[in-house]
Design a binder for this molecule. Structure first.
Ligand SMILES: Nc1nc2c(ncn2[C@@H]2O[C@H](COP(=O)(O)OP(=O)(O)O)[C@@H](O)[C@H]2O)c(=O)[nH]1
Ligand SMILES: [Mg+2]
Length: 326
């Protein structure tokens, strides 16, 4: 062992001894490698560290493959998929329990939620999927979450209004950026980097706590120009209706009901489309060949009058009723 190693080396070595998972160990080993002077006397040490890193990388990759199989990617269901992300103890699990049938573990200590847990949230006549996720504080989790977050339609950043909320939002955005997920800001150019742009909103939870009003002002000051901010208490069930509507609006979707000639509209099964969709898009969503065969449609809702005949290019509005004619 060369005697001239700086104190940082021994600090990294200490981190290596206390590291709990392969990623942390790799990080410590890489730090040791970077600090160690390179000359003939340290050749063998260098080689040893490199071999350790290679072995740990394989181990980490195996672990991730297992975790992915174990359900870190949640199958999308309903009108849209919303990921609840944020630091530990913000109340993500409590929120999932408050608005869905799911019953995740809720506890005042961190890391109760170990894998993403889905639940269906009813909003008016549709169901939106919410996914509770492990806290972003853990590097391992961040790596695993990347995949499932990229598949989401909306990312809801959940923060605790009882403690410094802007720091929590900042840390969450940083963790997301690490997975190359960035907020999609309407009107902004999004092609500059190799990032995945996702709609995001901020949920300030624990509005029942003492600091909540002050926290909300801080959040608004710093983030209102970028995100919609909704204040709720998952525990006391306050603000949940506003939140549901905000989520529906942020998903940027609309509902269309179909009717057959001479019958009433089928209000039980709305067709879910992106905002800006046309009659042609609605036909294609019902059946892939249907759009070609479609001649015209009769429209109740966004037409000039009820039962107006419209073409394939007519842009739909939420809650329109459509009667297709082939
Ligand atoms: N006062 C208050 N406490 C809450 C609220 N929501 C959650 N909590 C508490 O905060 C702690 C963490 O909640 P949990 O849902 O497990 O947080 P998670 O780590 O983000 O999933 C628990 O003790 C909850 O009872 C809320 O709206 N108000
Ligand atoms: Mg949780």
């Amino acid at each position: 062992m060369p005697a001239n190693l700086p104190p940082q080396y021994f600090e990294a070595e200490r981190r290596l001894r206390t590291a709990k998972d392969p990623e942390e160990k790799i990080e410590a080993l890489q730090a040791m490698l970077a600090i160690m002077p390179k000359h003939k006397g340290t050749d063998r040490l260098h080689g040893g560290l490199r071999r350790k890193i290679a072995k740990l990388s394989e181990e980490a990759e195996r672990k991730h493959a297992t975790a992915r199989r174990a359900g870190f990617s949640i199958r999308r269901e309903g009108a849209g998929q919303v990921m609840l992300v944020g630091p530990a103890n913000a109340g993500k699990s409590q929120l999932l329990a408050a608005v869905t049938e799911a019953s995740p573990d809720i506890a005042p200590y961190p890391f109760t939620t170990k894998t993403p847990t889905p639940g269906m949230m009813k909003f008016e006549d549709i169901h939106i999927q919410l996914v509770d996720t492990p806290p972003i504080g853990h590097r391992n989790v961040r790596m695993l979450l990347g995949n499932s977050l990229r598949g989401a339609d909306l990312i809801a950043i959940v923060v605790d209004l009882a403690t410094g909320p802007t720091i929590q939002v900042g840390a969450t955005l940083e963790a997301l950026a690490e997975a190359r997920i960035e907020p999609s800001v309407r009107g902004a150019r999004e092609s500059a980097t190799e990032s995945y742009y996702r709609e995001m909103l901020i949920i300030g939870n624990k509005s029942d706590s003492e600091n909540a009003n002050h926290s909300l002002r801080q959040l608004t000051k710093q983030y209102a120009n970028l995100f919609r901010i909704v204040s709720i208490s998952a525990k006391e069930k306050n603000g949940l209706e506003e939140l549901k509507r905000a989520i529906f609006e942020a998903l940027d979707i609309l509902r269309v009901y179909t009717k057959a000639p001479g019958t009433k509209a089928d209000l039980s099964q709305p067709v879910i489309l992106k905002r800006g969709s046309t009659i042609g898009d609605a036909a294609a969503a019902i059946h892939k060949d249907f759009k070609k065969e479609l001649k015209y449609a009769l429209l109740w809702g966004s037409g000039k009058y009820d039962g107006q005949s419209v073409s394939k290019s007519h842009v739909l509005q939420d809650r329109d009723v459509v009667e297709f004619h082939v």
